[in-house]
Design a binder for this molecule. Structure first.
Ligand code: PGA
Length: 251
């Protein structure tokens, strides 16, 4: 398989700047196998300190969100210009907590995706169904709508800088993981949707991460699935040893 793996730690609203520095130092020391990239997404206020720790390292620095416009009267928001100046390389957009707790719509997420790409950031676009939607048999419908909505107006060239993260909402922070086969089924369907929207070759090269209670003990069987190309890790990324155990899934 030609796609690389991307193992990303989404620290959410955890770690003070000092704690973030210590964790970033631990992540920096983790040796990743060939074809495995590490990424971490600290909170905004920790980014300036973490940038210093990651200088010259092989760890990609991501933000957890950003505003849909460059600047102006948007109290409490963070601009792509600020992130770029600090040296942020990627941004997670459309995380389920942004969608479900903060009410972000596909239209808003799409505006953020396009703005991030126009500034040369890589985008990790999160999609995934709630338990109710799964029970109603709407997994594909929801994921396809979020993919199509989030990527609206993104060119084939822009797709080189897009990563998709499939995160079933019911599996996030709950200890419940989709079975590897269930996850593989959705990943394959999402790849098929991208082939339909773009082309089979673009679909084949897009990284699709799985997220939702990934830990050292279940990473290998998830990563072994043909269409699972990495993990977006919350809780288990808050400790360097446990993150290392996920990065080391293939050994
Ligand atoms: P979790 O979070 O690993 O704690 O389930 C994953 C995520 O929300 O990205």
């Amino acid at each position: 398989m030609s796609r690389n793996y991307l193992i990303a730690g989404n620290w959410k609203m955890n770690k003070t700047p000092k704690e973030a520095v210590a964790l970033a130092e631990g992540v920096r020391k983790i040796k990743a196998g060939a074809g495995i990239r590490k990424m971490i997404a600290p909170s905004f206020v920790c980014i300036p300190a973490v940038v210093e720790v990651l200088k010259g390292s092989d760890v990609t620095l991501a933000a957890q969100n950003m505003a849909s416009v460059e600047e102006g009267a948007h109290t409490g928001e963070t601009s792509v210009l600020m992130l770029k100046e600090l040296g942020v390389e990627s941004v997670i957009l459309g995380h389920s907590e942004r969608r479900h707790v903060y009410g972000e719509s596909d239209e808003l997420i799409n505006a953020k995706v396009k703005l991030a790409l126009s500034h040369g950031l890589e985008v990790v676009l999160c999609v995934g169904e709630t338990l109710e939607e799964r029970e109603d048999g709407k997994v594909d419908e929801v994921c396809f709508r979020q993919i199509e909505g989030g990527l609206s107006g993104v060119s084939a060239d822009g797709m080189k800088h897009i990563v998709i993260a499939y995160e079933p909402v019911w599996a996030i922070g709950t200890g419940k993981t989709a079975t590897p086969l269930d996850a593989q089924t959705v990943h394959k369907a999402c790849r098929g949707k991208i082939a339909e929207l773009y082309s089979p070759s673009i679909a084949n090269s897009v990284i699709i991460q799985y997220g939702g209670s990934v830990k050292p003990g279940n990473a290998a069987e998830l990563m072994a699935q043909e269409d699972i190309d990495g993990a977006l890790v919350g809780g288990a990324s808050l400790d360097a040893d446990s993150f290392a155990g996920i990065v080391a899934f293939d050994v």
